[in-house]
Write a protein that binds this ligand. Structure first.
Ligand SMILES: [Zn+2]
Length: 152
């Protein structure tokens, strides 16, 4: 086990921007999420709520009850302590949470994910009282990821 310090050269900025994103913890798309939120939506230093399936756990699936409770606690914390005013929800194509935990694999998966974004938005709204909530579907196109707005 190496005992070496590492100094990150990224400057620390104390100011919060009062926005959070809820997305899947899948590391293959983590940097794409960052790029979209920081550069596409101009939300630097946004708060991250990352877990398998992301907003899927707020859509009322009985297989995700524990995750739902924990994300709701986390959102409440972000509202109380970080003054949360805006929430972004992102679902992504080929999410393993849907194929394994929810056992959904058919071609209508994208429709289920989009319906879940609608349900998750309502859940976030009722729990946090935050009204500025946007949802996106991250689609794999060739070797890139496209973020498409989803009406919620
Ligand atoms: Zn995923």
């Amino acid at each position: 086990m190496p005992e070496q310090n590492y100094d990150s050269r990224i400057p620390y900025e104390q100011h919060r921007i009062h926005a959070a994103a809820i997305y899947c913890s899948d590391g293959r798309v983590g940097e794409h999420f960052d790029d979209f939120l920081q550069n596409g939506l101009q939300l630097p230093r946004y708060d991250r709520v990352a877990l398998p399936g992301g907003p899927a756990c707020l859509a009322g699936h009985p297989q995700a009850t524990f995750e739902e409770k924990s994300v709701i606690d986390e959102l409440q914390f972000l509202v109380d302590v970080h003054g949360l005013k805006r929430v972004i929800l992102i679902a992504h194509q080929g999410c393993a949470f849907y194929s394994t935990r929810l056992q959904l694999q058919d071609h209508r998966l994208e429709l289920v994910q989009k319906a879940d974004l609608v349900r998750a938005t309502a859940m976030v709204q009722s729990v946090t009282k935050v009204n500025h909530i946007d949802a996106y579907f991250a689609r794999l196109i060739d070797n890139a990821i496209r973020f498409e707005p989803v009406e919620v």
